[in-house]
Structures are given as structure tokens and as C-alpha cells.
Design a protein around this ligand. Structure first.
Ligand SMILES: Nc1ncnc2c1ncn2[C@@H]1O[C@H](COP(=O)(O)OP(=O)(O)OP(=O)(O)O)[C@@H](O)[C@H]1O
Length: 333
């Protein structure tokens, strides 16, 4: 091991090695359902104080991965170490180390926002006074005071998500695992979540593992990201490092009014290279080629068929596609 690798291993808070999890096939309605290998040899390290992302489209295996990290699902093979604890052998230790926000919040639905936060603190060993004090701090921090006495089940989707996030923060844990925490939230709530995460990282060195299929969020809030496709890590780096893989290229999006004008030879030649989604074509190409294509679509007979076009610098979605991932499931807003 090099000195650098040794230093990195020392500061790793979470170490995942060769994690495999297969869901058994069942008896489907018409034919037997095949087994699904949801995690197929996943390996990565998360360092202290890092916001580490797991990015991938629906069904990539993200939730399966975090449920194993949080001791809720047993892997077929592989290891999960969090702060020196073997969580495959001792899954019961996960709740002392990790604050987990899963996708399903129904367990808290019957409680009010305040009681959900207080109860979580009590379950984590705080005495009543401390649990109430922490509850009040977190509700104020997230702008939830006005909703404090409302039952969670009566809130909007975004408010409910924020209330569950608040509960996760009461009774501090050194590691937070957040499975798509901002789903359904408006921009104000999203900002409150990221500010709360940042504050804990800066003040307490909290380490955050964040599951997302939102590429914009991934680019703005993550220090490093593991890109997952079909149960495997296909890349792991900083967002900037990943985007350097497609540096020198631009993304051209073309939106046609109706059918694309395939009678124009230059357009027909582009079709095979484009990611087509309805009337939208998306292409990645070097700058000078993009200039030539823009001249063709805006100057020639193709123009009448064109509804709109945009040129943009490549995003993590382009990296994902370049690496062979299926891009359809990623969210871009
Ligand atoms: N309990 C289960 N039984 C059988 N197959 C499952 C089960 N849970 C998940 N799967 C399958 O395992 C694969 C990975 O699912 P997983 O929920 O981990 O993906 P994900 O990346 O979290 O997706 P999403 O973004 O939609 O939450 C999918 O093909 C899914 O259909």
C-alpha cells in the first residue's frame, strides 16, 4: 500500500468491499421471475467529513446498497465497515453510528412533526429535556416551527420529507445516510437541507452518504460520487474529475417540431449518434463539429423542422452516458 493509500484508508469512515446482493426470483404470474443481482461487487471508501454521492437511475441498486450499509438488509457476500464496526456481522450497531433517512417515511406518519423529532431523540438515548431542546433547535433550523403540531400524514410530500429529515438530525450521529432526501421539496426546503448538512460537516465533521438520481444536485453538493449502473460502480471521482472525462466536448440538444427532417443528409447522418427521446435529440461532440451542425440546422432546409436548440457544457449525465450507463432515469432539474 502506498503512503497516500494508507493515509486515505486511515481516514475512511465507511469502507465497502465487494458487496453482492441478489433478490431471489419468485413464481411470476405467467412465468417464473428471474433472480435480480441488485448489487454486483460494489467497492468504495467514504472519508471523514465528506459528502459522498451514489448516483444512478431507477433500479441501479442504490437503495439496496444503502439498506445494507444501514444494517437493514444482509448482503450475500462482501463487507461493510463503519468507523471500525463490521456491520455485516453486527447490523444492530448501525443505528448507533448512522442517521438514516430512507425513502419510506410511513413509520412516522401518525406522529406530529414535533413528536417525530422528539421520539427519534428519545430512541437515540437522549433524556426528555435534551430531546425537546434538540427538537426545537432542529425545527427552527429547518423552518418547520409552524408545522410542528401537524401530523406528518397531513403534510405535502416535500414537507413530509423535510419533517423526516428533521427527525434524523435529532440525537447526533457521526454518519448520515440520506436516500434521495430532497425528493418533492421546493428550492427553499432544498437549501435548508443542504445548509443543515454543511453546518454539521463544518462543526462536527459529520460524514454524509447521499443517494440521488438528480445530476444537478450531484454536481453542486457532492465532494465525490460513485456512479452506479446495474449494480456496479462504473466510476468514482469528484464531479469535476468525472466531467473532465468529457472536457473539450459540448452537448447539443435539438427539438424538432414534428418528425426530424431525415431527407437532409447531414441530419440523417446524425440520427445514429443521437440519444433520441421523442422529438428531442441529444448529441455530444467536439466544439468545431457542433458549430458545423448548428450552421446546418439553423441555415438550411432543416430549419423549418426545428422547434428549438441548445448548446451546453457537458453535465454528469453526459459522463454517465459516456461510461455506458442508461441515462433515461436521471433527473436534470
Ligand atoms: N425486494 C425486492 N425483491 C426483488 N427485487 C428487488 C427488490 N428490491 C429491489 N429489487 C430490484 O433490485 C434492483 C435494484 O433496486 P433498488 O431499489 O436498489 O434500485 P435504486 O437504484 O434504489 O432505484 P430507485 O432510484 O428507483 O430507488 C431493481 O431491479 C429492483 O427491481
Amino acid at each position: 500500500m502506498t503512503a497516500e493509500a494508507a493515509a486515505q484508508a486511515r481516514e475512511a469512515v465507511c469502507t465497502v468491499r465487494d458487496l453482492v446482493r441478489t433478490y431471489p426470483g419468485g413464481r411470476g404470474r405467467s412465468a417464473p421471475a428471474a433472480a435480480v443481482r441488485a448489487n454486483d461487487g460494489i467497492t468504495f471508501d467514504v472519508r471523514r467529513g465528506e459528502v459522498f454521492g451514489i448516483l444512478g437511475p431507477n433500479g441501479a441498486g442504490k437503495s439496496t446498497l444503502v439498506r445494507q450499509l444501514t444494517g437493514l438488509l444482509r448482503p450475500d457476500s462482501g463487507t461493510v465497515d463503519v468507523l471500525g464496526h463490521d456491520l455485516v456481522r453486527h447490523p444492530d450497531r448501525a443505528s448507533r453510528l448512522i442517521g438514516y433517512l430512507g425513502q419510506d417515511s410511513s413509520a412516522l406518519d401518525d406522529l406530529t412533526v414535533a413528536l417525530a423529532a422528539e421520539t427519534t431523540g428519545r430512541l437515540r438515548g437522549l433524556d426528555v429535556r435534551t430531546a425537546r431542546a434538540r427538537r426545537d433547535e432542529v425545527l427552527a433550523e429547518l423552518g418547520l416551527e409552524e408545522l410542528a403540531s401537524r401530523p406528518i400524514r397531513r403534510l405535502s410530500g416535500g414537507q413530509r420529507r423535510l419533517a423526516c429529515f428533521a427527525a434524523v438530525l435529532v440525537g447526533e450521529r457521526p454518519v448520515l445516510v440520506l436516500d434521495e432526501p430532497t425528493t418533492g421539496m421546493d428550492p427553499v426546503a432544498r437549501r435548508a437541507v443542504w445548509a443543515a448538512v454543511d453546518r454539521r460537516r463544518a462543526e462536527r465533521g459529520t460524514t454524509v452518504l447521499l443517494v440521488t438520481h438528480n445530476v444537478i444536485e450531484a454536481e453542486t453538493v457532492l465532494d465525490r460520487v460513485a456512479v452506479i449502473d446495474r449494480g456496479r460502480v462504473i466510476a468514482c471521482d469528484t464531479p469535476a474529475g468525472l466531467k473532465a472525462l468529457v472536457a473539450g466536448e459540448v452537448r447539443l440538444d435539438l427539438v424538432w417540431r414534428e418528425d426530424p427532417p431525415l431527407s437532409v443528409p447531414e441530419i440523417a447522418a446524425l440520427e445514429g449518434r443521437a440519444q433520441c427521446s421523442g422529438r428531442r435529440w441529444s448529441l455530444r461532440m467536439p466544439h468545431d463539429q457542433a458549430r458545423a451542425v448548428v450552421a446546418t440546422v439553423t441555415g438550411g432546409p432543416a430549419f423549418a423542422a426545428l422547434d428549438d436548440f441548445t448548446l451546453a457544457t457537458p453535465s454528469l449525465e453526459d459522463v454517465y452516458l459516456m461510461l455506458g450507463g442508461r441515462g433515461e432515469g436521471l433527473v436534470k432539474q
